[in-house]
Design a protein around this ligand. Structure first.
Ligand code: EPZ
Length: 430
């Protein structure tokens, strides 16, 4: 089992290059199977979740070739199977995008109920509601979601809750339906827009992505395309928080600053200086962090995927802060781990009440999920002494070369896989 071992208190300095957005890439790869021609997608991050999805795409018969670390060619012409039920696919949430893609293209799909990070109950009722509204029959049997239709017909769908996954999935199912579909109360996240742009590049007719009403007029088929995935705003934000937590000065490059506005605004509130450039953002910390209040919200609000990183920062700030998690009810599981590093955080229902402690001390902690894992690494980078983060396979699901990129900024972090290696690291840094 691999771990990260970190010697903290090293201010991060320099430049870091951000990769393609994992959550956009996952949906785009699934959507690419909808064309019977070759689709080239660039800026795909080389992370575990993407590799698992590519494997599933190959299993149903589609071509999925990695041309290099970040370019993938998909060809959906050779698909022979509409069932995706391998054990490994249950581990990733985004497997459900194959449901929308296959249902949209073949009017038939069977996909294992998805897993993903355990951050709360993660129902898929809204996806199912959308597919049914388009005319599909959907049942859950033997752990599979089975959807089929004679024909999909455009319709008016109101989502009771803003859902990234449901918005994208319904959009995919609707692009080859007959007639016009309107999705109301749609998610506005940058990756929703990216998937819509990608589908558009294959010939789909989608208007309004990025607003809360998306209009789709069905087309008969989708065609070949070449597309580049947007930068990962969560990876970028994670490095911004790492800079702030270590009293650093970091420029995150290859980003869309507009997508980072909520993060930049909160970093500014706590006392950091933010410089925005065309495709880069620089975070300069000044050694003092101020308390603030945060509520996670759908885009353009403060992202739930940045909540643990923000909490780690506020744990070291002056005074009392609160963080309200309004998207996923179980996203504070890392707080017990952080408290082992000296934070004073109480969680009441969906609110974390944080009494700033000024600094952390290194400890052995477990990454409970992807973003919380990254947040614990940030805590380790800021802490006095050595921190060991266990279960880093969660982190590797969504961050490419995380430790390497951090080392490029001056962090003292290594990936190890035995107690002996940890001892060696401790000796080296003591
Ligand atoms: C996506 O999950 C991301 N995952 C998550 O990223 C991210 O945290 C989340 O969007 C919110 O931004 C992927 O893109 C693969 P939702 P998703 O549907 O689509 C409720 C990460 O760390 N809901 O927008 O599953 C749901 O319970 C991850 O990269 C229903 O009630 O999230 C939640 O409260 C973790 N019924 C809210 O909507 C449904 O049918 C928003 O969830 C669907 C969702």
């Amino acid at each position: 089992m691999e771990q990260y071992v970190i010697k903290g208190k090293q201010p991060l300095k320099g430049e870091v290059e951000i990769g393609g957005a994992k959550n956009a890439a996952l949906a785009i790869l699934a959507a690419a199977t909808m064309a019977n021609e070759s689709v080239l997608i660039e800026n795909i991050p080389n992370v575990q979740d993407v590799n698992v999805l590519l494997e599933a795409i190959r299993e149903i018969g589609a071509g999925a070739d990695r041309l290099d670390d970040h370019s993938v060619r998909i060809n959906g012409a050779s698909i022979t199977d509409y069932r995706v039920d391998h054990e490994y696919i249950k581990k990733i949430r985004a497997s459900y995008y194959l449901l929308g893609a296959l249902l949209g293209k073949y009017k038939k799909a069977e996909v294992a109920l998805p897993g993903g990070c355990a951050i709360g109950a993660r129902p898929i009722d809204l996806h199912i509601k959308g597919f049914r509204a388009l005319g599909a029959e959907v049942v859950i049997e033997h752990g599979l979601i089975k959807a089929s239709a004679e024909k999909l017909t455009g319709t008016h769908i109101y989502l009771d809750k803003v859902s990234v996954g449901a918005t994208i999935n319904i959009m995919m199912a609707a692009v080859m339906a007959t007639g016009k579909t309107i999705i109301e109360n749609a998610a506005k996240e940058p990756h929703v827009v990216d998937v819509a742009n990608f589908l558009g590049s294959m010939g789909a007719n989608i208007r309004g992505a990025g607003t809360d009403v998306i209009r789709i007029v069905g087309v008969e088929k989708l065609h070949a395309s070449e597309y580049t995935v947007i930068p990962d705003q969560i990876e970028a934000g994670t490095f911004m928080f790492a800079a702030a937590a270590t009293n650093g000065d970091v420029t995150v490059k290859n980003v869309i600053p507009k997508h980072l506005e909520a993060t930049s605004a909160k970093l500014h509130d706590v006392g950091c200086t933010i410089h925005e450039y065309d495709d880069a953002v620089r975070v300069v910390a000044n050694g003092k962090l101020k308390h603030t209040q945060i509520t996670t919200l759908p885009y353009p609000g403060f992202p739930t995927d940045m909540q643990p990183q923000m909490t780690v920062l506020l744990g070291m700030a002056d005074g009392t802060s609160t963080v309200t998690e309004s998207i996923f009810e179980n996203r504070f599981k890392y707080v017990d781990e952080l408290n082992r590093m000296g934070s004073e955080i109480k969680v009441e229902s969906n609110i974390a009440i944080i009494s700033g402690v000024g600094g952390y001390t290194g400890a052995v902690v477990n990454a409970p999920d992807l973003r919380a894992g990254a947040a614990l690494v940030i805590a380790g980078l800021a802490a006095e002494g050595v921190t060991v983060v266990d279960d880093i396979h969660y982190i590797e699901r969504g961050y490419e070369r995380f430790d390497e990129k951090l080392r490029g900024l001056g962090a003292v972090i290594e990936k190890v896989s035995s107690e002996k290696e940890i001892q060696k690291f401790r000796l080296k840094v003591s």
